[in-house]
Design a protein around this ligand. Sequence first.
Ligand SMILES: Cc1cc2nc3c(=O)[nH]c(=O)nc-3n(C[C@H](O)[C@H](O)[C@H](O)COP(=O)(O)OP(=O)(O)OC[C@H]3O[C@@H](n4cnc5c(N)ncnc54)[C@H](O)[C@@H]3O)c2cc1C
Length: 391
Amino acid sequence: MSVPYEFDIAIIGGGITGLSAAYHLQKLGFSRLCHFRKDPDHSTSIQSAGFVSGGMADNFTRLSHPRGIATAKQIWNFCDLAYDTLLEYLQNAGIPHQTGERLRWMVSEAEVAEAHKAVQQLSSEGFTASYEAATPHVPGLSSSRWLGTQKEGSRAATVSVPLLLQNLSAASKVTLLGEAQSFQSTGGPITVTHAGGAVHTQFLICAQHLSLGGLLPNLAESLVPYADQWSEFQLRDRTRVLPWKPGTVFSWQHSHIWGVITGPNTLRIGGGRYLRAMAGIEAKVASYEQKIVQHLAEVWNGLWPELLIETTGRGYGIRDCRPCDELPLIGPMFGESRVLLGTGYMGQGLSLGFMAGRCLAELIADKPTKLPRLLWPERLRSLPSDKGDES
Ligand SMILES: Cc1cc2nc3c(=O)[nH]c(=O)nc-3n(C[C@H](O)[C@H](O)[C@H](O)COP(=O)(O)OP(=O)(O)OC[C@H]3O[C@@H](n4cnc5c(N)ncnc54)[C@H](O)[C@@H]3O)c2cc1C
């Protein structure tokens, strides 16, 4: 006897990906939706540093060198589109945000050489990019370490994440359920169990981020968890103003250190842990450590000695995950084509998670989507589809 579907689509996870999926599915006309969310919510999204930017965190050459220019261009375009799509939502919904420039500061000759190559490739592929050598006489910008800046135009912003998530959540009219425990799919309805029972659905969106591997064990080994932290700082000299406008997103040391200007004399910096000798990799929990706060202040003060900063005491230690091949994973799960997922945004989860929610909704609705197929999870393993699916 066949079991009736109670829902067209079930979504697991109330971070940016899950909320965006619910929002976009409703925009596309789906109304029979249920959303599994944990309460209280400690999503990575709500704890993030609140910056959004185009392109990817690491330079264009990091993509073009191993994957070729055409693939790099496709991914970069998608990331730019994710930024534009989120910005449009922020503007239409009246969510406060400030836009600035995307800057990469170069502090070694190797980085400068890479920046020249990246700028040449980006420009010839039609992206905004330029390189400016350090100018010693700009007030507030003298630095013996700073060698130059790669500029990528105005695709950068700071946004109030709590307001963004609240807004998406309020726009959503879904059946809310608690934590999802397991699911089964047999070619008919997908059965998702939770503390209050079980529901049957035609499609399932897995947006539970760090818990994805629990429900999709075939993916678990491909997602590498890590812990990092961001910290907020202010200029020690309160009479000074930072020479970059709020909304400016910056990085240096190949984006190992990154941050965003949040006010005339305040900024957030992160990245002190990731890729430092074993720090953070495979972490089971995230901690917020004073030695990292001190490290972030020291590296900034070493770079900009005329703009010395001190901590405001705000910040978060967060766990995130990176796919083993360092590209976002968005699309149908291999072997389970009615189970779709989005994760592994390489530090840019606000824009890419928002875009993932939109693309997953488009895939389910069978609408045209800008999602490059190379971001589908199928690139990690090739498994036949589940019974009853044609793809
Ligand atoms: C230090 C640091 C700072 C960062 N800052 C930024 C930033 O400023 N800008 C940016 O773009 N990116 C940033 N990122 C990355 C970004 O935060 C993440 O990529 C993004 O938030 C992931 O969103 P998500 O919706 O996929 O996951 P999450 O936001 O983690 O949401 C997943 C949700 O699923 C829920 N859940 C889990 N299991 C279940 C279950 N079984 N049933 C129901 N619910 C479940 C969780 O409780 C959670 O609410 C940062 C990362 C780090 C480490």
